[in-house]
Design a protein around this ligand. Sequence first.
Ligand code: FE2
Length: 259
Amino acid sequence: MKILIVGDTHGNVSTIAYIDQWCANHGIDVVFQVGDFGIHWPGQTCRVHQFFHKKARKERPGPTWYTCGGNHDNYVKLEALNASQEKRNVFSNLIEYTDGCYYVKRTESISFDGMSFLFFGGTESTDAAYRTPGLNWWAAETPTEEEFQLLFDNWEKHKPDVIISHEAPTSVRPDRAPGLNPHSGYRTNHTSHHLQRVMELTDHQPTLWFYGHHHSLIQQDHYGTRFQCCGINPPQWTAEKFEGVLLDTETGLISSPFE
Ligand SMILES: [Fe+2]
């Protein structure tokens, strides 16, 4: 099967609707979104939620979405959804974000077609100083020490084929897209350093690692793992085409669907 993996969408509903329809037209049943999905922000009607709700109500065809969460996602809302869903014992590794759209909890895995994907969202906002806690910034964007420990444990135990994260380890040069500050705290970023540490300590190397946050489509190989940044939607700095990559789970090959 083929899985579409898309970068930061930042709540842009027309982009999300385009990608959803593109998948329906091309027989893609699963989308991974690598954080900064941008849904359920406080004080405003969430058009992304409305889109998914309407799609489900009208039983429109389209893929199921899975996101790892980024640094611009409402973790208070996610925790509230988790609390209500845990009472109903709905899922242990997922939170239903909205209809047909799931947040995969940090350090949890899902599998498709015999390929396992370990999800680990979050990182530090480079502009946190200009944001308001609970309104457009959430402290839980940074994974805790316990979550990094659990990442190591689950990585060793489950030996995932693929990592899905918002941030990349420090050894992966992010090559941030034009317009983003290339020195915006990346080298002293808590999450990237801890990801690097976990990656170096574990004995298992995943084949592939997809990440977001840096808004580029750069591909690099380190430590036997292929790292792929998944772009941004809508594209801000390039020609008017959508950004993302297509993973073939049978071959492990990555291609560019929107070129
Ligand atoms: Fe981000």
